[in-house]
Design a protein around this ligand. Sequence first.
Ligand code: NAP
Length: 291
Amino acid sequence: MTIALIGADGQLGSELLRTLPREDVAPLYYPDFDITRPELVRAALTAIGPRVVINTAAFHRVDECETKPHTAFLVNALAVRDLAALCREVNAVLVHFSTDYVFDGRKTTPYVEEDEPNPLNIYAASKLAGERFVQASGADYFLVRTCGLFGPAGCREKGRNFVETMLALADRGVSIRVVNDQTVGPTSAEELAVKVTALLRTDRYGLYHLTNRGSCTWFEFAREIFLALGREAQLVPVTSEEFGAPARRPHYSVLANDRAREAGLSEFSSWPEALRSYLTAKGLRKPAPAA
Ligand SMILES: NC(=O)c1ccc[n+]([C@@H]2O[C@H](COP(=O)([O-])OP(=O)(O)OC[C@H]3O[C@@H](n4cnc5c(N)ncnc54)[C@H](OP(=O)(O)O)[C@@H]3O)[C@@H](O)[C@H]2O)c1
């Protein structure tokens, strides 16, 4: 089975590259392979002849999307529309990623796949448009919503993932304002790659929520990072309003993984466990002694 992996050096892409059978994967790298250039995409994918196309590419600097809606919709929606149409044409399964931010956060219990999205910002609206294009394409697809990714490669688009951002701020010795009224489900890119690999062994196509177990606010996430490292940091909890980010974000966007469980996927670990594994893999924390 040949798998074309778009964004193979990204945070999630590099974990998929490590996890999928190496001989099956054709890694594709930006800018040589650019999903916004349909003729180039067609030529490259026709040459590869994949059975599966995995798209991890996105324009996901959430605040920047507010002032660059054209780029957001180009990368996150129109390019995805063209990619899905091509997958349909060449009979390839499309694996595409979306976000917890498609929801408006009015719920207080985890969102299921059947819940109606209602994006609050441009990034989320463009990702939802991408979802709709995938679903309308007629291609077989796995559409995976996830949240707050942290992986060893760090987030390419954003420069850093949340954990790296917190550690860099602590290194500067400054007090760190962290939003305490947005509840999320932080997710290990490594574990997500393992689950996607497992999903690919099935033909249970459709929409899935895939996140580590549990939830926390960004402030609680930050506190756990320093607790796990036994390190001091000056964390200051603030409201979204006090923080003043340009893009609105949902107050609650935890995703329920029930559909994944029904498809036979094993449970994710809890996010604090996944965080500790990540910090250990990064060499920032000593491995726990064997029991
Ligand atoms: N990160 C999160 O917290 C988070 C949360 C929820 C959902 N998601 C979704 O999960 C997916 C993966 O996120 P990630 O954190 O792994 O992202 P990432 O680290 O930014 O990786 C994106 C990859 O796509 C490549 N890329 C960017 N623009 C491209 C284009 N026009 N054509 C082809 N490739 C392009 C990047 O290449 P360069 O590095 O060379 O630019 C990079 O390899 C995205 O769909 C994102 O929306 C992420």
